[in-house]
Design a protein around this ligand. Structure first.
Ligand code: PLP
Length: 386
């Protein structure tokens, strides 16, 4: 099938797996199909591959291997951390949780559910750059706070939170600290043995591993009830026969991302800056998120008076993949809660496009994206005026 060339600028939604990740996984779909819990050679080699991937994942995070628990992705890891930390807290009368108003729905909706069950939730409002300050967290802490959950970096605008300062504060107050690091892992240097983080969620498909695999880091010594009940896999905390192939893919992707992080980040940030230089010369545009404390690859731009969804469809017709707000929000009539939280009007939020770049993008692609957006913006605005 001859396919039109695609210019992919939606890496925060998902990524393509590399050839080496694919090759590492393939044997475990067929010849290496053993159940890692078995005692024979076929099973032992699956177990060995899983433990190697756990080590690779842990190394990339500066963590101990037995603090890594594989999950089906970021959503599951977030649900596990937030819900179970809340339930654990409740056993000692702690029924208050702190989060922010710009979290991913995996955290926000879990909190909403907990609220329905009787927990009290403080949602810290992020500032105009999408930042949550440690001071706000300090003010929100109560003796009955069971958990603070603040994301590492935002998926729509890229703002990086002061997680170390927030984590230190939590530690001083003896409160568990969870961070949804789905957009940060593989893109920002993380060293969990040196950072005050108790629980951290990650997702493979954001960093070159397949969809359907992720992990929750649980600092050793932290009490977190099991996600589910079943067999003894993942120390019985997240039971179910392991998906060896995907776990192997995650291990390789983590290793690759860690080894290329510096170089890739520099390259991707340069492309992002080039793109922004062009896009921000289009009249009535604004850049969202913090100018400095942000992910290298995410650029969220609002175009006054333009329907983001229309722009996306026109971009798609030119082979360009980008998104409005976040992948999960696309197609939804609701404006993004993140963009609303940082002060954009409904209209501005709906006129926002997120470009998220990766290391396989080229300067030439950036010029093409910029030129295409310029033309579309001009055309759409002329139509509105005419
Ligand atoms: N958290 C953040 C910040 C995300 O960006 C995403 C995915 O978009 C998730 C959680 C969910 O991860 P997954 O798709 O692996 O369930």
């Amino acid at each position: 099938m001859a396919e039109k060339k695609i210019i992919y600028a939606d890496h925060a939604a998902t990524t393509r797996i590399s050839q080496s990740v694919l090759e590492a996984m393939l044997p475990y779909f067929q010849d290496g199909y053993g159940n890692a819990s078995g005692v024979y050679g076929l099973a032992r080699s699956a177990r060995k591959a899983i433990e190697e991937a756990r080590r690779q994942t842990a190394d990339a995070l500066g963590a101990l291997p037995d603090s890594i628990y594989f999950t089906s992705g970021g959503t599951e890891a977030d649900n596990w951390a937030v819900r179970e930390a809340a339930y654990a807290g409740r056993t000692s009368g702690k029924t208050h949780l702190i989060t922010s108003n710009i979290e991913h729905h995996a955290v926000l909706h879990t909190c909403r559910r907990l609220e329905e069950e009787g927990f009290t939730i403080t949602r810290i409002p992020a500032n105009a750059e999408g930042m949550v300050s440690p001071e706000q967290v300090r003010e929100a802490l109560r003796p009955e706070t069971a958990l603070v959950s603040i994301m590492y970096a935002n998926n729509e605008i890229g703002t990086i939170q002061p997680v170390d300062a927030i984590g230190s504060l939590c530690r001083q107050h003896g409160v568990l600290f969870h961070t949804d690091a789905v957009q940060a892992v593989g893109h920002l240097p993380i060293h969990l043995e040196r950072q005050p983080v108790d629980l951290l969620s990650l997702s493979g498909h954001k960093l070159g591993a397949p969809k359907g695999i992720g992990a929750l880091y649980i600092r050793k010594g932290v009490t977190l009830p099991n996600l589910m009940e079943g067999g003894g896999q993942e120390h019985g905390r997240r039971p179910g026969t392991e998906n060896t192939a995907l776990i192997v893919g995650l291990g390789i992707a983590m290793q690759e991302a860690a080894s290329r992080m510096e170089e890739d980040s520099r390259y991707i940030a340069r492309l992002r800056d080039l793109l922004e230089q062009r896009l921000l010369t289009i009249p009535a545009t604004r850049l969202n998120g913090d100018r400095l404390q942000r992910l290298p690859g995410i650029s969220s731009v609002s175009f006054d008076g333009i329907e983001g969804e229309t722009m996306l469809l026109l971009l798609d017709m030119q082979g360009i993949c980008a998104s409005a707000g976040s992948a999960c929000a696309t197609g939804s009539p609701q404006p993004s809660h993140v963009l609303r939280a940082i002060g954009l009007s409904d209209r501005q939020a709906k006129g926002t496009i997120r470009f998220s770049l990766g290391s396989e993008n080229t300067e030439q692609e950036i010029s093409y994206i910029a030129k295409t957006v310029e033309e579309i913006a001009e055309r759409l605005r002329a139509m509105t005026l005419g």
